[in-house]
Design a protein around this ligand. Structure first.
Ligand code: CO
Length: 303
């Protein structure tokens, strides 16, 4: 068997602690009535930057917006009138990434989704150990979904993490499908998404999150590309970050880079209109005893 790359466990758990504090800050802001997605994301990212670096932009997902929306100054993402919001953030210390999320409910309908997603993550955590298959994790998630009359989202899921690599190797589904086995020494993010809709997301029309694909460009976009490569490597970054750094011309250069294939644009991911999507997530370090969560997201909404 091939030797697994040595994980810097201290760096990973340090990233986890910083992320846990950042998520707690977001929770408190929501408790105090903050309803600007942008202000919440800015507060989360500012906290992270005090201690480490974001592994990707803070995602803010009200209601049917499942994932991949990072509010911008033009699109602040108001949460007024929403039933729930998902806050999903990441921290890295020397490339060792912690990725975690909670759902904050604004009313009873939202609470149903939030509690079910939290329960699904707990059920998944019970299954995680060396030798467990990813389908076992998906089975645990889908059984909780079924019990609550909800659908697990089939085309979203957790993922293995490696140094500076947010989506490495294994995919961890929310349904009992897929090949792959958890091994000792793996880092894996597990994120049940449960829905009142179809159980499937589709690409929306806007993209606010990007990542480097091929570090090659000519002309005016070259400077931006060099900056992206130095600052973010191939980790996802926010449109907001580069626009605030370079001004609104950065948006044009960004789209030039997307068109040429140098940069990838992540579209927002949406469930069907009228539906609600709940998500809870943490990152596990798999050791011989099971999955050790690097972020305690279970404390949010704890009974
Ligand atoms: Co996440």
């Amino acid at each position: 068997m091939a030797m697994r790359m040595e994980v810097d466990v201290d760096a990973l758990f340090k990233a986890g602690k910083i992320l846990e504090d950042a998520l707690e800050l977001a929770w408190k802001l929501l408790d105090h009535g903050e309803r600007s997605g942008l202000k919440i994301a800015d507060a989360v990212e500012a906290h992270i930057l005090e201690h480490a670096k974001p592994a990707f932009p803070c995602n803010v997902g009200p209601d049917r917006l499942a994932a991949h929306f990072a509010p911008t100054d033009d699109r602040p993402g108001s949460l007024e009138g929403a039933h729930l919001v998902k806050i999903d953030a990441g921290v890295h210390v020397d490339g060792w990434i912690a990725d975690a999320a909670f759902t904050y409910p604004f009313d009873e309908e939202g609470e149903r989704l939030a509690l079910a997603a939290r329960e699904a993550l707990l059920a998944a955590a019970e299954v995680i150990r060396p030798g467990a298959s990813v389908a076992d994790v998906g089975k645990a998630v889908s059984e909780v979904a079924k019990r609550h009359g909800l659908k697990p989202i089939v085309n979203l899921g957790g993922h293995e993490i490696k140094q500076y690599d947010l989506h490495a190797g294994l995919f961890v589904p929310n349904v009992p499908q897929g090949k792959g086995t958890l091994e000792e020494g793996m880092i894996v993010a597990v994120e049940p998404f449960l829905s009142t809709g179809r159980g499937r997301v589709e690409d929306g029309s806007i993209a606010t999150i990007f990542s480097l694909m091929r570090p090659r460009a000519r002309g005016a976009a070259r400077q931006l590309l060099d900056y992206i490569r130095r600052e973010y490597r191939s980790l996802p970054f926010a449109e907001k970050w580069v626009v605030r750094r370079f001004g609104s011309s950065a948006r044009l250069h960004l789209y030039t880079l997307v068109k040429s294939g140098a940069v990838y644009a992540y579209p927002e991911l949406l469930e069907v209109p009228g539906s609600l999507v709940g998500q809870f997530e943490t990152t596990f370090y798999v050791d011989r005893d099971g999955g050790q969560p690097v972020v305690d997201t279970f404390k949010f909404l704890a009974p």
